[in-house]
Design a protein around this ligand. Structure first.
Ligand code: ATP
Ligand code: MG
Length: 439
């Protein structure tokens, strides 16, 4: 399992009289027969010494004992055995002490399955029953869960993350402790939560993790806006599930790309807020797509997603409501403009997953017709926006029209005409049309 490169690293440290082991995720994934993305190494050699032993190093987290070693085009994080002090800012331990005891280092780790290590000869060292828990598919804290979650509350979300990624269950005592301590998550920096949430969303079946965030109460402190959809009855014959159950289905039914998973996760977040019932008792959610897009922007900003991703996801949500789309040429062109040509495939992916999450009688007719029409318009290179017009500001200036706000209005009117009659997109006809407008 250990390749030549990681073997060299362990050997080099061993040859100088120190212990070195592959630790954590790599050992776990090896025992699970999964690919190993990166090797973390734990050692009793001090960071200064590691820097001397290897040619290319980066002092990534030297204060906390971690040196990155670059070797054979790979990077390895080598961390000195340590015990962690309190994480009072929710980001980093206030202090760490370096140790000489492997077992003490393994004890500070989060879960039994993450606390195994492997030496140069590929012997596995497992002080806390990690192998057994791995075999039984269990996520279990090392030691007393209450104490471990008080030290670092992020571990609660990590438990949910590993449970989701690995399709494991959380040990009962650990789970009850999460419920009890969930409020401590407030103290954790958003950046750390963000990374774990993404890993949950990108898992094969993210709904398992989201349900656990809801059932343990963690969601109340991360995305309280989510609560009202849980169990919210839609009173609508086109939906055979409540809002939350529908969203869970959409989430599991969409491919694991972060923008799509986020869009699925948030696409109906404002449905409860937009709910009305007509005289027949049927539920409606007027404007929920618009409101959900706005609320999603606020939540994603708070969770520190990039502006590009926020824009991408909020556009997908804003235009996901197929009923809104007018299927005449002009309407479809507007839709293409609003969504953006490059985002259309993602848009349809969300539409399809959304439909799959509704009742069994729902069909894909409208989305397939829309896809076909979009393709035709794009293949015919029909003008779609102001940039595609055969006239521009210079032409208006040449017509003697004074520069100003009027330019925009005139070009918009010309676009209206061209969206309906693409054949009129030539200088001559557009100039003629503009002249009739300014008379
Ligand atoms: P992944 O495959 O997602 O990288 P991983 O197990 O390597 O999984 P990391 O977040 O990279 O997870 O952490 C590496 C190791 O460090 C873990 O296996 C665990 O032993 C330890 N660890 C990480 N975060 C914590 C934490 N908050 N508290 C205690 N131990 C932790
Ligand atoms: Mg890792």
């Amino acid at each position: 399992m250990l390749n030549k490169s990681i073997k060299y690293i362990l050997k080099n440290i061993n040859n100088h009289g120190y212990e070195a082991y592959v630790v954590g995720g790599a050992v776990r994934n090896y025992l699970l027969g999964k690919d190993i993305a990166d090797f973390d190494v734990t050692t009793n050699a001090l960071p200064d010494y590691i820097e001397k032993l290897f040619e290319k190093t980066i002092p990534t987290g030297k204060k906390f004992g971690t040196i990155t070693v670059l070797h054979d085009n790979n990077s390895y994080e080598i961390t000195t055995f340590r015990s962690d002090g309190v994480y009072s800012d929710g980001r980093r331990p206030d202090s760490v002490s370096f140790l000489n005891e492997l077992k003490e280092d393994l004890k500070r780790r989060d879960f039994t399955i993450n606390a195994m290590c492997m030496d140069y000869d590929e012997n596995i060292i497992d002080y806390f029953g990690g192998k057994e828990d791995l075999k039984n598919n269990i996520i279990k804290c090392i030691g007393n869960p209450d104490e471990r979650f008080n030290e670092d509350a992020l571990r609660m979300i990590r438990a949910v993350r590993f449970m989701t990624q690995l399709r494991f269950t959380i040990d009962e005592e650990t789970r009850l402790s999460i419920i009890k301590n969930s409020h401590f998550i407030k103290a954790i920096s958003i950046e750390r939560i963000h990374d774990e949430l993404n890993k949950i969303l990108l898992s094969e079946k993210p709904s398992r993790g989201i349900r656990m965030l809801v059932n343990t109460g963690l969601i109340d402190y991360i995305i309280p806006e989510y609560l009202s959809s849980v169990g919210f009855n839609q009173h609508n014959p086109y939906h055979d599930k409540n809002v939350f159950e529908h969203v869970m289905e959409v989430l599991d039914n969409i491919e694991p790309k972060l923008n799509l998973r986020l869009a699925a996760f948030f696409h109906d977040i404002s449905k409860p807020e937009c709910f009305t019932q007509d005289e027949n008792g049927r539920g409606h959610f007027y404007g929920h797509h618009i409101k959900s897009a706005t609320v999603t922007k606020e939540i994603m900003r708070r969770l520190k997603y990039s502006n590009d991703l926020i824009e991408d996801v909020s556009i997908l949500i804003r235009y996901h409501y197929l009923k809104e789309i007018d299927m005449k040429d002009k309407g479809v062109k507007r839709f293409i403009n609003n969504v953006g040509i490059d985002r259309l495939d993602d848009m349809f992916a969300l539409n399809i997953a959304d439909i799959k999450g509704k009742s069994s009688t729902a069909n894909f007719d409208k989305v397939e017709a829309l896809r076909k029409k979009c393709n035709e318009i794009i293949n015919n290179k029909e003008p779609l926006n102001r940039k595609d017009l055969d006239i521009d500001g210079n032409d208006l200036e040449n017509l003697g029209i004074k520069k100003g706000k009027l330019y925009g209005e005139l070009l918009d009117k010309a676009l209206e005409l061209v969206l309906e009659f693409p054949e009129k997109n030539n200088k001559e006809e557009l100039t003629e049309y503009i002249m009739t407008l300014i008379k």
